[in-house]
Design a binder for this molecule. Structure first.
Ligand code: HXC
Length: 260
């Protein structure tokens, strides 16, 4: 598979996707959108790949937003008829059942912050900065920022960030629940790879179940969520990996999981 704007490599069972437009701080244009959709489809289809990472090239930015130069002269009707960037929700977020992590190195602004929030969780470097500065450009978040940021950090901080466009540093982002962990920039890739490898070693169906359950907490009532949780739990007890996992525990050995 060839890509124009991203680099894709596999490290054992982990797919590493690097946004690769460093001269424009990895700004997200239509090619990035198409490339990421292709890369995620390939990741999802490959049974040997069990966890993915998205990061940015260079030390300065994960992604500084949607490409302002591409958007500047685009007519409103084109944003509407293309349903601009909507395919990430359908083709990346919803179509990817396997877990993936955003490793945020530097600026994650506008669409960059929104892409990071599409991941199952974020690991950030100490120099990471998150923001939704769209208001300064006369627009508003358009790829989930107002919705996912509010769910992640609550109304007060999300509203303040969307209205002022201010950036949040990595430690504030961790305190606020936006990121799972902050690590030194030099360790970001290694630490994220270690986490991805740990996830990749888990029984794959159980990992998919956990992901669906946590995501359901944002979509359902507590009663519906608890019912869904019990059903997923009960379904997973029928898997070969459950027999292997419990057998391995009792026999004091490491489990070998097949995703069956
Ligand atoms: C296009 C961008 C860009 C962007 C940076 N660049 N961000 N190009 N789109 N979003 C380019 C600059 O034009 C410049 O190119 C080069 O990257 C380096 O950027 P500088 O501004 O020179 O770097 P610096 O002074 O260090 O400032 C870094 C920065 C700033 C604070 C991140 O670049 C910035 O504010 N960028 C825009 C952030 C933003 O507003 N994002 C939201 C976009 S709207 P040249 O060629 O000049 O050297 C959005 C909407 C999403 O994301 C919803 C869509 C549905």
């Amino acid at each position: 598979m060839s890509y124009e704007t991203i680099l894709v490599e596999t490290r054992g069972p982990v797919t590493l996707i690097t946004l690769n437009r460093p001269k424009s701080l990895n700004a997200l244009n239509s090619s990035v959108c198409e490339d990421l959709i292709k890369a995620f489809a390939a990741f999802e289809a490959d049974p040997d790949q069990r966890c993915a990472i998205v990061t940015g090239s260079g030390e300065k930015a994960f992604a500084a937003g949607a490409d302002i130069k591409e958007m500047a002269d685009k007519p409103a009707a084109a944003f509407f008829s293309e349903d601009f960037f909507s395919r990430w929700t359908s083709h990346v977020v919803k179509a990817t059942r396997k877990p993936w992590i955003a490793a945020v190195n530097g600026f994650a602004l506008g669409g960059g912050c929104e892409l990071a929030m599409m991941a199952d969780f974020i690991i950030a470097s100490e120099n990471a900065k998150f923001g939704q500065p769209e208001v300064k450009l006369g627009i508003a978040p358009g790829m989930g920022g107002s919705q996912r940021l509010t769910r992640a950090i609550g109304k007060a901080k999300a509203m303040e960030m969307c209205l002022t466009g201010r950036m949040m540093d990595a430690h504030e982002a961790e305190r606020s629940g936006l990121v799972a962990r902050v690590v030194p920039l030099a360790d970001l890739l290694d630490e994220t790879l270690k986490t991805a490898e740990a996830i990749a070693a888990m029984p794959p169906l159980a990992a998919i179940g956990c992901k669906e359950l946590v995501n359901a907490a944002f979509e359902t009532t507590l009663d519906q969520g608890l019912l869904f949780e019990r059903r997923v739990f009960q379904v997973l007890t029928a898997t070969e990996d459950k027999a292997e996992g419990m057998g391995a525990f009792i026999e004091k050995r490491a489990g070998v999981f097949k995703g069956k």
